[in-house]
Design a protein around this ligand. Structure first.
Ligand code: PEP
Ligand code: MN
Length: 348
C-alpha cells in the first residue's frame, strides 16, 4: 500500500501517519520528494484498511494496487496522464513530435536542426550534450557547452529542450538548463540516476532498456515516481533480438501494452529503433497509428558529417512527410498534433 501526500502536507501530518501505521504493526517508508512525499507501507494490508488513512490530514491518495509498480500503474486511473513540458503537453488527446540532432555539435548545427524540427511538426527540441556512447573513443558530447547551445537555441526558436543526463552527479546542472531530462536505454536501471532525476523537479523521458521487459521498464519509472515526481513519459526505442537487419527491433506492441498497464504517456523513437533513415517514416507511421502519444526523431542539417548517428537522421526532404503523417494519423485516432509553442523568444 502507498500513501501519496498532498504537496502542502506538514511534517507533523507525516509523523502522525508513521506512528499510526506502527500502531497497527506495520512499517512506513517515507520518501520526501521535491514536490510531494510518498509513504510506502509494509505489513498486513487488512489492518491498515481500518485506520481511515485516506481521511487523515495531508493525505492526497491511498493506493492499494496489486502490481509492484504502484504509482505508475493504470489501476485506479480512469484516464491516462498528460505531462506538460514547459507548457507543451505529451499524452491525452495529443500526438507530440520531438525532433532534433542526436548530439549537439555547434550552435549553427543545433539551430539548423531546430528549424528542421519545426518543419517536421515538432513542439519540443531534442539534442544530447552528454552522450552515452558504446565506444569510449566516440564523441562523448560537449557537456555544459552543449547545454548552453541548447538554451540559446531555445531562446531563438521558443522550442523547449529535452536532453539526456547520464550521471547522477550531473543531474542538477543538466536540470538547470533542460525542460525535460532524458534517461537513455543504457541507464534505465541506473537506480541512483533514476532517484536523482526523480528529485530534480523536471519532467523525465524514460527510454526502455534495450533488454528490459515492460515490467522492468515500469519498475524503473516507479523509482522516479517514488521520489514524488510523476511527470514521466515512457519511450519505446527498440529492443535486442536475433535480427541484425535493424539496429534494434521496434517493439510496437509495447505501446498498447504499456498504455494498458500504466497511466503514463508512451512515445516511440523510430530513429534509434531502426537505426536507418529509410525506416524512420514507416516506423513513425506505425507508432502514431498504434496509438503512441508521440515520436522522438533525429534530424540533422548534414548527416554525412554528423558526429553521432548520421545514418538515421532525417533529411530536409523528409520533414514535411513526418509532419503530415503525424497530423493525419493523429486526426484518424481522434487526436491532434501538438502545435509548436508560441514562437516568441523564451528566456529562462
Ligand atoms: C538518444 O536518444 O540520443 C539515445 C542515445 O538513445 P538510446 O538511449 O535510446 O540509445
Ligand atoms: Mn543517437
Amino acid at each position: 500500500m502507498v500513501i501519496v501526500m498532498a504537496p502542502d502536507a506538514t511534517s507533523d501530518n507525516i509523523g502522525d501517519l508513521v506512528e499510526l501505521v506502527a500502531s497497527a504493526g506495520g512499517e512506513a517508508y517515507v520518501t520526501r520528494g521535491v514536490s510531494r512525499t510518498i509513504i510506502g507501507l509494509v505489513g498486513d494490508v487488512e489492518r491498515f484498511q481500518d485506520l481511515g488513512l485516506a481521511a487523515k490530514p495531508g493525505v492526497s491518495d491511498v493506493l492499494r494496487i496489486s502490481v509492484p509498480y504502484k504509482l505508475v500503474s493504470r489501476e485506479n486511473h480512469d484516464s491516462r496522464s498528460v505531462v506538460s513540458v514547459r507548457g507543451v503537453p505529451i499524452g491525452g488527446d495529443n500526438v507530440t513530435v520531438i525532433a532534433g540532432p542526436c548530439a549537439v555539435e555547434t550552435p549553427e548545427q543545433t539551430l539548423a536542426a531546430a528549424r528542421m524540427a519545426l518543419e517536421a511538426g515538432a513542439s519540443l527540441l531534442r539534442g544530447g550534450a552528454y552522450k552515452p556512447r558504446t565506444s569510449p573513443y566516440a564523441f562523448q558530447g560537449l557537456g555544459e557547452e552543449g547545454l548552453k547551445i541548447l538554451s540559446e537555441v531555445r531562446t531563438e526558436t521558443g522550442l523547449p529542450i529535452v536532453t539526456e543526463v547520464v550521471d547522477a552527479a550531473d543531474v542538477e546542472l543538466v536540470a538547470s538548463y533542460a525542460d525535460m531530462l532524458q534517461v537513455g536505454t543504457r541507464n534505465m536501471q541506473n537506480f541512483a540516476l533514476l532517484q536523482a532525476v526523480g528529485d530534480a523537479g523536471k519532467p523525465v523521458l524514460l527510454k526502455r532498456g534495450m533488454s528490459a521487459t515492460i515490467e522492468e521498464w515500469l519498475m524503473a519509472a516507479e523509482y522516479i515516481a517514488q521520489r514524488g515526481n510523476l511527470d514521466i513519459v515512457l519511450c519505446e526505442r527498440g529492443i535486442r533480438t536475433f535480427e541484425k537487419a535493424t539496429r534494434n527491433t521496434l517493439d510496437i506492441s509495447a505501446v498498447p501494452v504499456a498504455q494498458s498497464l500504466s497511466h503514463l504517456p508512451v512515445i516511440v523513437d523510430p530513429s534509434h529503433s531502426g537505426g536507418k533513415r529509410d525506416l524512420v517514416l514507416p516506423l513513425s507511421r506505425a507508432a502514431v497509428a498504434v496509438g503512441a502519444d508521440g515520436v522522438i526523431v533525429d534530424v540533422h542539417p548534414s548527416p554525412e558529417s554528423a558526429l553521432c548517428d548520421g545514418p538515421q537522421a532525417l533529411l530536409r526532404e523528409d520533414l514535411a512527410e513526418l509532419r503530415d503523417l503525424a497530423g493525419t494519423l493523429a486526426t484518424l485516432n481522434g487526436r491532434v498534433l501538438t502545435p509548436a509553442p508560441d514562437l516568441q523568444p523564451t528566456r529562462i
